[in-house]
Write a protein that binds this ligand. Sequence first.
Ligand SMILES: [Mg+2]
Length: 271
Amino acid sequence: MSRPHGILFDLDGVIYNGETPIEGSAEVIAWVRRERIPYLLVTNTTSQPRQTLVNKLQSMGIAASTNEIWTPAVAANLWLSERGVSPAALFVPPETAAEFQDVVISDEGAKAVVVGDLGSSWDFATLNRAFRLLHADTETQLVALGMTRYWMSPTGPSLDVAPFVVALVHATGRRAVVLGKPSREFFDAAALKLGLPAADLLMIGDDIRADVGGAQGAGLRGAIVKTGKFRPEDLEQGVQPDAVLNSVADFPDWWLTVARSDESNTYENNP
Ligand SMILES: [Mg+2]
């Protein structure tokens, strides 16, 4: 395998487990920065603004800037602005709305309906408003910030984004553009952000389907780490990772080994 030119690091399960950093992850990010390897820190989280994630990483000794955090909202902002899909009607919490800096926000003449995790702010009138915007114009795009079905809130399991998106899909017969793992558009937009072809990127994740399978489906390579949610039987699910690492801490060695084999291949091909 030739060496990739950019890296997407999944956050939860790769860099940290919840509130606990994974051993060696701070050193790996410091190494990647020193080596000037282009990278993004990727998460499907829609509930935390990027600055909150940056603060969390910094508390773990990991230097990061908001510009390096890749979330569904950030991807959607780029996806919409790149295509000139404007204005957009947002169905997201205020913290998430702040990420849409390159898009005109308006219900009036909306060319996109963006659905995120509104949580307890959902009610019939709100969901019906989204429906009416889509119904009014068949060209209006339905954009989903991930397709997470539910999450564990402090009071118990709670509906996330997907059930509301599915309701709108069902009512309109429209396809949803999903910006979140494992959707192709999410990885395509990350490649656009890094300015690299998808084939030059490696996604490192702990979820064999969403991270590795999703990345491979979009033309990236995918490495699995044996941390976070990883279970040994994940390797028998029909997704073949391009690399298997005990943890993200093994990444620099893997990278250097691939680099060396690149060089020897070049030598063999051009004696
Ligand atoms: Mg993960």
